[in-house]
Design a protein around this ligand. Sequence first.
Ligand code: HEC
Ligand code: HEC
Ligand code: HEC
Ligand code: HEC
Ligand code: HEC
Length: 465
Amino acid sequence: MRPPAPPRALRLLVVAALALVAAATAAGCGDSHDYYSVEQLMDATNCMECHPQHYQEWSGSMHAYAADDPVFLAMNKRGQEETNGELGDFCVNCHAPMAVRLGLTTDGLNLDEVPQYAKGVTCYFCHSVESVGESHNNDITLATDGIMRGGLSNPVASPKHAMMTSPLVDADNQASSAMCGACHDVVTPAGVHLERTFEEWNDSIFASTDPATHLSCGQCHMKSRTDVAAEVPGLDVPLRQNGVRDHKFAGVDVALTPWPEKEAQLEAIQGDLDPSLLPRLCVVPLEGGRIDYRLDDVGPGHMWPSGAAHDRRAWAEVIAYDADDNVLMQTGVVLDGEDPDPVADPWIWEMRDYVYDADGAPVKYFWEVRQTLTGLLPPSVTRDPSDPRFDHSVTRSWHVNEVFQDIARVTARVFIRPLPFEVLDDLMASGHLTVDVRDQLPTFELAGTELEWRPELADLGGCVR
Ligand code: HEC
Ligand code: HEC
Ligand code: HEC
Ligand code: HEC
Ligand code: HEC
């Protein structure tokens, strides 16, 4: 729809104003007519030429993969069938937000026909954010002015796009967490607050205004390095001290099908996971003999795991040996290709969300969930040592009365896997998942959680840490 033409005098004014804007944004370097159109700005491959590092990192991220992930496609398809289409654009609005906004899809069922530039969470999407409404389900309004929002101070004029500073896209500004949070909190159509990373962060010391502890999502997830923000032949782009941010967005998920930058993703995930939890392992004579394993969520700015915590499988493996290395007690020993199994291993300590229907029967998928029971490790929420929540560690104890006297050595460590095999198998069986990605599913061991207890290593309290 076109607005009616303004009277001639006003039209001239508009032309003059536009010329001024163009002169200001082009800031003495070439001609604003070389600017990309909004359509061109939407295509991440057009950014590669001048932002090769940003492009490369992003291209391997789950943001880029979000609408190509076969598990996502299978789950969305099954969800549409099981709800008779009532899911609508609920899922795809976060996994391919540009495709929804451009009217290229209404339900995500035709994503294989949607051009790649509109899939995933793209450069254009984040860098066009104008405002954030509700704190969940991607209630984000995008600007349509083609101005790339960011946080650089005194940016050099880009030959291809205008730019401006925005607190919502400036990782050094706490407001940027609301931008990330808009998609990182999911409230299902049934009203269940299923993914809560933003809310968890909001309740932690990291969201406080205290400069000693406040950290935005981007300050942890987009580490800064000294580099140039753009490489443009003939343009004097400054080296920015700790001013360029990583765009790999490593979490727990990895591409399960051939996809760029997989090794870099795996390495970044491992690097972030390793120091996430601080462990302590004790063997104590209390209650006739007990093994205590304590975990303290010290890395993440939210629960661990977080987000898709109903799909994560994270567990502790604890094994006690006698002097001849015979196993006296074990829990959390999970075989390759199998899920942690609380039926076969009732002592197992799993860290995840449990999800149920209205009758309390366990379910697997977003749209079926009516109740959740959470078993996550909480982050730090207060700096006040007199506050009972100050110690936010979680301890699990195993009674080992019969074998206590024979314990010579105990080992403990934590593992995490993005998804349960049970879900992959179920989606395969129903025909929604058509590629077997079982052997692509990684299992990460958190190196920082690994401890070995021996009497001679323990402190007076019977603990190693
Ligand atoms: C012809 C080169 C060129 C191309 C192509 C290009 N940019 Fe830029 N971009 C620049 C330059 C130069 C800067 C400023 C760098 C500096 O000052 O350190 C910049 C800065 C930015 C910033 C930071 C803005 C701020 O205020 O913090 C963003 C965001 C950005 N570009 C996004 C994009 C996106 C998205 C694309 C692809 C659609 C793209 N650019 C394509 C040259 C380019
Ligand atoms: C999930 C949102 C998101 C996506 C997707 C994204 N960016 Fe960014 N980008 C940011 C944030 C946040 C910053 C930090 C701005 C700051 O603190 O200065 C940033 C910073 C930048 C900067 C400024 C220099 C720097 O590193 O701080 C450039 C240039 C840039 N991004 C380009 C891109 C390009 C090109 C793509 C796609 C290939 C892309 N971004 C994808 C959120 C995103
Ligand atoms: C438009 C919605 C949207 C916005 C905005 C967004 N994300 Fe995401 N993010 C997603 C989706 C969808 C995925 C998961 C894709 C998948 O695994 O299939 C994801 C994945 C991630 C992951 C990897 C999670 C994993 O398990 O591997 C991290 C880390 C992440 N985002 C951080 C951020 C940060 C930091 C910001 C803000 C700078 C941000 N996101 C903004 C939608 C968004
Ligand atoms: C204090 C640093 C810190 C802050 C602040 C922070 N995170 Fe994290 N986040 C981590 C660490 C560490 C992990 C665990 C390592 C990993 O999974 O890669 C993590 C994990 C994640 C994951 C994967 C969760 C999972 O278990 O599947 C997502 C998604 C994520 N963060 C998003 C966010 C968002 C969105 C925000 C802001 C609302 C945020 N983070 C704030 C450090 C932080
Ligand atoms: C509000 C935005 C949002 C909505 C709505 C949403 N997702 Fe996601 N999705 C995300 C984010 C963010 C992540 C990454 C979470 C994390 O790493 O903890 C993710 C991760 C995933 C993953 C990979 C991890 C996992 O859980 O297996 C799948 C698959 C997925 N989503 C499927 C879906 C389906 C199917 C729907 C609809 C029923 C849906 N999503 C709705 C934002 C969303």
